[in-house]
Write a protein that binds this ligand. Structure first.
Ligand SMILES: Cc1ncc(C[n+]2csc(CCOP(=O)(O)OP(=O)(O)O)c2C)c(N)n1
Length: 519
């Protein structure tokens, strides 16, 4: 067994490969993007960039129905998009192991919020494993497939930016063969119609005790004895922070949920004070507060409720500090790259003088910052067009929506249909730079390349817009300023739904595209 230095994302991917997955599906999103990229580049496992996270989860679920194993990976907010199939998949259960690897982003290094995916696992009544380093990221992902098949439930592996974007040593293991194909019909189990829901929910509830038993068998949660009457409950990555403290206190290491209530009681019973360390929301702390009168953590104000927990606040709580402080590093907020076509688009849009500009999520969101200050709102992926409809419906004219090409495919199309159907008067600007630039240049459906770098049909954005019934659609090079300005003015001034596609490849991949190189 060789040990290698691996990125956390690659460790998760390697765990899935070793578990014998037959397929992987994902939609890019920091910090989880590289999980699928690793599989695409370093294995023969077929995989796909899906249109969005909902589709990715459903594709993976379909694979599981065939008896084969599938990995679905996404960032935390991606799970909001996938939450519809996710929530009901625990009722229907799975056949082949189905593992959902979620990358949370406490500190919102590259996200629109800091939500904690452990709540989703609890919400769906499924197990959640939470690794604390590269080794456990690989191992837990692998084990998650066995647990998934034993319980007939999807299993979540929750990790965070700090783990997924750090290198640590990982022991490589054998790659298990794929499961045999076995697609079987079972209507009462697989069809979520009202008649089946109550029995399915009952069966899911009946599985809860087995979840606890199985998690116990793997010793994911265990008491590590120490000295004194102060104890630490350290969850997932925070277990690493607790180890860095070098205090010989009793520790309850928590790396799987739901936590066995009896274990929690046993740990706190002799203690005078309990400190809870966890990345994200105070999920465990809330529970421990019901069991012990003196609990220190986020709810007591000893640790921050917002932002990443990280090692520093934990060290500070114990009167310690690191030699190098993060404050020593100058902040480097992201900016549009030199030569980025989005900048030229925004200059023209400002000149066209819209009343209000609804933004979306991508590199182009940086147009909200000085000196452009060109966007007035940004909520979540795909929301630009729908927000514009709402504003225009209140009689406001000259409303423009700005959306990137990948975001348009992700969740923009239903909103565009809504605009046409409900007779909105809006200008929709699609910034087409050929790739998902923000997350590292993954291909888009109109590029004609798959996640594996194979050629496929290139889907026409113009034809899709036309098929949605828009009043006009025009493709313009954002460097052709006069042409672009005229199109934007026309779109703002004319009633109806008008689409302007500002088309120019991202400056960082333009050269590669020209040479026909793979990326
Ligand atoms: C629900 C959700 N999934 C994924 C992401 C991560 N993400 C941020 S922007 C973006 C897409 C950006 O691509 P595009 O719209 O083409 O704009 P570009 O960055 O290329 O300008 C993605 C996938 C997210 N923020 N939210």
């Amino acid at each position: 067994m060789s040990k290698v230095l691996m990125l956390g994302t690659d460790a998760v991917a390697r765990g899935a490969i070793e578990a014998g997955i037959s397929y992987a599906a994902s939609y890019p999103g920091t910090p989880a993007t590289q999980i699928l990229e690793y599989i695409a580049k370093n294995s023969s496992v077929p995989c796909e960039w899906s249109i969005n996270e909902k589709v990715a989860y459903e594709v993976a679920y379909g694979v599981s129905l065939t008896g084969r194993r599938a990995l679905c990976s996404m960032k935390h907010v991606g799970l909001n998009v996938a939450s519809d199939p996710f929530m009901t998949s625990s009722y229907l259960g799975v056949r082949g192991g189905l593992v959902l690897a979620v990358g949370d982003d406490p500190g919102a290094y590259s996200s629109q919020n800091e939500q904690d995916s452990r709540f989703y696992a609890r919400f769906a009544k499924i197990p959640c494993l939470e690794p604390y380093d590269g080794e456990t990221a690989k191992e837990f992902t692998k084990i998650a497939f066995d647990i998934s098949e034993e319980l007939g439930l999807p299993v979540m592996v929750r990790s965070q930016t700090r783990l997924l974007h750090c290198y640590s040593s990982v022991t490589l293991g054998e790659i298990r063969p794929e499961n045999p194909l076995s697609l079987k019909k079972d209507p009462p189990q697989l069809i979520a119609i009202p008649r089946h829901v109550i029995p399915l929910h009952k069966a899911l509830n009946a599985k809860q005790a087995r979840i606890t038993e199985i998690l116990k068998r793997y010793s994911f949660n265990e008491i590590i004895s120490g000295e004194g009457k102060r104890g630490i409950i350290a969850c997932g990555l925070a277990y690493t922070y607790a180890m860095e403290l070098e205090e010989n206190l009793p520790i309850l290491k928590v790396t799987a949920y739901p936590i066995d209530e009896a274990l929690l009681r046993e740990f706190v019973k002799e203690l005078e004070e309990v400190i809870v360390l966890e990345e994200g929301y105070p999920l465990v702390e809330e529970r421990v507060r019901c069991l012990h009168p003196k609990v220190r953590g986020k709810l007591s104000g000893d640790l921050p409720l917002e932002g990443e927990l990280g090692p520093d606040p934990v060290l500070r709580l114990f009167g310690k500090k690191r030699n190098i402080q993060p404050e020593d590093t100058p902040p480097r907020p992201p900016v549009l790259c030199p030569g980025c076509p989005h900048r030229e688009f925004y200059k023209a849009l400002l000149e066209a003088n819209p009343t209000f500009v609804t933004g979306d999520i991508g590199c182009y969101t940086l147009g909200a910052l000085p000196p452009l200050n060109a966007l007035d709102t940004c909520l979540c992926m795909g929301a630009s067009i729908s927000k514009a409809i709402g504003i225009a419906k209140q009689g406001i004219s000259r409303v423009a929506a700005v959306i990137g090409d990948s975001t348009f495919w992700h969740t923009g199309i239903p909103a565009l249909l809504d605009a046409v159907w409900n007779k909105a008067n809006i200008l929709v600007c699609i910034l087409d730079n050929s790739v998902v630039a923000m997350t590292g240049h993954q291909p888009t459906p109109h590029l004609g390349i798959t996640a594996k770098g194979e050629e496929t049909k290139a889907i026409s954005m113009v034809e899709i817009c036309k098929a949605c019934g828009v009043d006009s659609v025009i493709e313009v090079d954002p460097l052709k300023k006069e042409e672009l300005l005229a199109a934007l003015k026309r779109g703002l001034e004319t009633p109806g739904v008008h689409v302007v596609i500002a088309k120019r490849p991202c400056v960082l991949i333009a050269g590669k595209l020209k040479k026909g190189e793979k990326f």
